[in-house]
Design a protein around this ligand. Structure first.
Ligand SMILES: [Zn+2]
Ligand SMILES: [Zn+2]
Length: 340
């Protein structure tokens, strides 16, 4: 089979390797569609704290089950599926308590184990989810990032009637915003420097969008809503500046959900966190319930995935993916690679 291997930063090379065979408890998927994630981009430039080369990227994938290993229900053969890409130990404290997203030995397909920039990928059969018949491959490729957003919003607790700020209008920010609205948030304000992404946020239901290049978000929020106006914030970028803005503008006693991946440590005013009894809550990936919920949110139309897909590439052109993303900048929200 053909695959694209990131042999070193900025060198994604096409290779021919034997097609995979499933081991016990595994399934082989013929990949139909794979999304390129922010973490793949960090990895491509050698800037992801937990991904090293060589690696075949790709963890946001959908496809058809072509082979199953020993002990796997043959009913899966030929099924259209997506896959929850976490590889977990099943034994550590968090695995035993249903929180396998923070397994002590967590590895992720496409991050620490070869992924779906390939014609076929091997996965644990207990992480398969079958797709609704009427859901397109493209829409289904949004289930993985949407699950990240669902998990982040569930981590936050109650959102009904809350005024929510989302920092970052990338795929995760745009999905967090939509999930918060779907769950009953009163208003959502999204802060994002790129104008295309701001307009997309408006189309997808943001009540206000802010350009942090022209206004200081915390100042704008305090002027508009007062010191008690903001009930909850989501950091979906992974930089110091947005954490600072959230700490400055959240009402005392509220929560800031940290969903962005920080390539380097952030200096923030912990004095304010203490004095204002702010809660900084980290969130990572998802558990099975988040996947089920993401599928439901997309198929019911309560969250829109397709508008996020701005770019598409044929599998044969995979090596160009990161160049295109670099060139298109904010105009590229989600790039999908499609296998025939
Ligand atoms: Zn992802
Ligand atoms: Zn574990």
């Amino acid at each position: 089979m053909r695959r694209f291997n990131l042999i070193e930063p900025q060198r994604l090379v096409e290779e021919e390797v034997p097609a995979p065979e499933p081991g016990a408890g595994e399934a082989v998927i013929a990949v139909k569609c794979v999304g390129v994630c922010g973490s793949d981009i960090h990895a491509y430039y050698g800037e992801h704290p937990y991904i090293s080369c060589p690696i075949v990227p790709g963890h946001e994938f959908v496809g058809i089950v072509t082979k199953v290993g020993e002990g796997v229900d043959e009913g899966w053969l030929g099924k259209r599926v997506t896959v929850l890409p976490s590889l977990v130990c099943g034994k550590c404290y968090n695995c035993r308590n249903g929180r396998f997203n923070i397994c002590q030995e967590l590895r992720v397909i496409g991050c620490q184990s070869d992924g779906a920039f390939a014609e076929f990928v091997t996965v644990p059969a207990d992480k398969l989810f079958s797709l609704p018949d009427d859901m397109s491959w493209e829409e289904a490729a949004i289930i993985e990032p949407l699950s990240v957003a669902v998990h982040a919003v569930r981590t936050a607790g109650e959102v009904v009637d809350r005024r929510v700020v989302v920092y970052g209008g990338g795929p995760i920010g745009l999905l967090v915003m939509q999930v918060a609205k779907a769950y009953g948030a009163r208003e959502v304000i999204l802060s994002e420097p790129d104008s295309f992404r701001r307009s997309l946020a408006q189309k997808l239901g943001a009540d206000y969008v802010l350009d942090p290049g022209t206004v200081q978000p915390s100042q704008w929020l305090l002027d508009k809503f007062g010191a008690e106006g903001i009930d909850l914030s989501f950091e979906c970028v992974g930089i110091e500046a947005t954490m600072r803005e959230a700490i400055l503008s959240n009402r005392k006693g509220t929560t800031i959900v940290v969903a962005g991946v920080f390539p380097k440590p952030a200096m923030v005013d912990m004095g304010l966190v203490q004095d204002r009894e702010l809660r900084l809550l980290g969130t990572l990936m998802y558990v099975k319930e988040d996947y089920t919920e993401a599928i439901e949110l997309l198929s019911s139309g309560r969250v829109q995935g397709l508008p996020l897909i701005t770019h598409r590439l044929d599998f044969a052109d995979t090596a160009k993916a990161f160049e295109i993303i670099e060139k298109e900048k904010g105009n590229c929200v989600k790039l999908l690679i499609k296998n025939r």
